[in-house]
Design a protein around this ligand. Structure first.
Ligand code: ATP
Ligand code: MG
Ligand code: FE
Length: 332
């Protein structure tokens, strides 16, 4: 079966073709317009999706060397995300399915981040644990089957990606700052600055205290040395990144211990982080886990993960009708 996947939940317009479970194209139009505002502007995101969606789909079809009449079903991100952004992808998918008289498949974006692990080999086996770390979410999920997932813990305030982006803002780095913090961190000393590890019960997370601690730390040093940031950027980034990673992995370790599950995965934009990837691999070796880390292009938002999730739903004929509407909030 040939599935067209559509992703438009935030600021990436993406289209992908999946043929019998294999991804044959994955076109991602990133919206540069938000950088000068220091964050995603919802209204501008919707407009950019509107402009990008038809070219992205046309490119995905041509990259996969198929014809649009070959497509057997359309899978789209129903949520969670920005409502105006989701509406563009949803409306496109509904129109395409209606015009071609093919089935329509709804996909949960957070489930799709996890199901990105089924794009390439090696694939995790059920049940596995997934730490999903993205711009809007931080979750530990027990994945029992493709669409049977249990949320074991989540952030009570900021997401891990937000912690990276807000740190970057304090450090006067442009949006989205996560990848830049990562880049500088690789050149710095992670023990240069001490930052607190919050004591949050169970498998939940908190990152807002860290953000405040970083702000105070920078302000304190700048009082003595106005050039502090310029001189210590690498060390500050390395220290912040090490702390975010340790907060994430200590909870993941706890979840692995409590559930006894040995297949451990990470997903979402922050799973592109070099420090997280390296530390998870080291931890996996120590605890004899089978560790699963997505390819870089499947960490941040992409339609390949939507198409592959859609393919699994296609196999069980899990379709939706034309009355479907997007959801800004939607649990895994
Ligand atoms: P959600 O999936 O929760 O709806 P989203 O789709 O906006 O949110 P993603 O696209 O999955 O999030 O991830 C984007 C986030 O990942 C941003 O916060 C970005 O800074 C962060 N990120 C991307 N690459 C890295 C990196 N190398 N290191 C740290 N953070 C990163
Ligand atoms: Mg994004
Ligand atoms: Fe995402």
């Amino acid at each position: 079966a040939i599935i067209l996947g559509i992703e438009s939940s935030c600021d990436e317009t993406s289209a992908s073709i999946c043929i019998d479970g294999t991804i044959c194209s994955n076109v991602i139009a990133t919206q540069a317009v938000h950088a000068k505002f220091g964050g995603v502007v919802p209204e501008l995101a919707s407009r950019a999706h509107q402009q990008n969606i038809i070219p992205a789909v046309a490119q995905a079809i041509s990259d996969a060397k198929i014809h649009k009449n070959d497509i057997d079903a359309v899978a789209f991100t129903r949520g969670p995300g920005l409502l105006g952004s989701l509406l563009v992808g949803t409306a496109f998918a509904k129109s395409f399915a209606l015009a071609r008289n093919i089935p329509l498949i709804e996909v949960n974006h957070m489930q799709a981040h996890i199901l990105a692990h089924f794009i390439d080999d090696p694939k995790p086996s059920f049940p596995f644990l997934c730490l999903t770390v993205s711009g809007g979410h931080t979750q530990i999920v027990l994945v029992k089957d493709y669409f049977d997932m249990e949320l074991l813990g989540q952030t009570i305030d900021d997401a891990a990606g937000e912690a990276f982006d807000k740190t970057a803002k304090i450090l006067n780095l442009p949006y989205p700052g996560g990848p830049l913090v990562d880049k500088y961190a690789q050149l710095g000393n992670p023990t240069a600055f001490q930052l607190p590890e919050p004591q949050i019960p169970g498998l939940n997370f908190s990152f807002s205290g860290l953000k405040t601690a970083i702000l105070y730390m920078v302000q304190k040093h700048e009082k003595e040395n106005p050039n502090f940031l310029a001189e210590h950027m690498n060390d500050v980034c390395a220290s912040v990144q090490q702390r975010i990673v340790s907060i994430l992995l200590n909870k993941l370790k706890k979840a692995a211990k409590e559930t006894g599950v040995k297949d451990i995965a990470i997903a979402g934009g922050v799973s592109a982080n070099s420090g997280l990837r390296a530390s998870l691999l080291a931890m996996g070796e120590k605890y004899k886990w089978n560790v699963f880390i997505p390819k870089f292009e499947y960490c941040t938002d992409n339609a390949a993960m939507i198409a592959v999730a859609g393919y699994q739903k296609f196999l069980v004929q899990d379709f939706v009708g034309q009355d479907i509407a997007p959801l800004a909030r939607w649990h895994v």
